[in-house]
Design a protein around this ligand. Sequence first.
Ligand SMILES: Nc1ncnc2c1ncn2[C@@H]1O[C@H](COP(=O)(O)OP(=O)(O)O)[C@@H](O)[C@H]1O
Ligand SMILES: [Mg+2]
Length: 264
Amino acid sequence: MEAASCCRSLGDGGIGGRGVARKAISLGKPILSITRVTKRFGGLVALSDLSLDVYEGEAVGLMGPNGAGKTTLISVVSGQYKPDRGRVAFEGRDIGGLPPHKVRRLGIARTYQIPQPFGHLTALQNTAVAAMYGRGLGKAVAMAEAERILDIVDLPGKRDVPAGNLEALTLKRLELARALASNPRLLLIDEVAAGLTEPEIPRFLDILKQVRSMGVTYIMIEHVLKVMLEAVERVMVIDGGSKIAEGTPHEVMQDEKVIRAYLG
Ligand SMILES: Nc1ncnc2c1ncn2[C@@H]1O[C@H](COP(=O)(O)OP(=O)(O)O)[C@@H](O)[C@H]1O
Ligand SMILES: [Mg+2]
């Protein structure tokens, strides 16, 4: 499928060639505004005074060593954690502290680092349940919607397999399908490509491209460099809960602070 008109003029040039897009076109207003957010777990400061604006249609990468606070940031946006300080606004509305189901109904979906489907339900049923709860759809419509989404994530052959019997990589795709089932405008992707083999990467990038062409903005945590280079146009690197760099994937990877953070 062609990229959406928002991204078409970005061309295939630049870093990565087949990249989803290099730059957001009309930045306009941020769809998500994270302003000076702090999140503590007891004495541990997982996020410290962190700010990030994401614009509609953008794809933003989140990097940082293990324990940097990446998943915590996503969890603060998706409502799993309430920020101790700071503001989280989605489409101009304050969502900091709203419970996850309300955040989801507003148009934000997330995937989990460790997929969390219902093991006894099939891939199709899992996706349909996500459509029913995430969007309030009736069962029949949700099932039809689930079929459409399993096509997008390239899982139609596994639709009738119980999630408990799916192998790890297929589960990651199902995780993406379940997030898409709530028809989000903002998708938070937590290491869903982790563990992909070299030949699987281009196919995964195509899926992301299609997600993007549906008008979905996303923030993606990812360690696979190749995926990051081709799937996002801007990266924020955090370490110890603070932002240490921001820029294009190439820029941040040449940043001395980033290299130091990764090498320890
Ligand atoms: N629910 C929690 N309770 C206590 N500490 C947590 C919790 N979640 C995360 N942390 C801690 O917060 C820090 C950031 O974790 P996390 O956001 O998962 O990092 P990352 O995703 O970048 O690897 C780590 O030190 C982690 O141990
Ligand atoms: Mg994590």
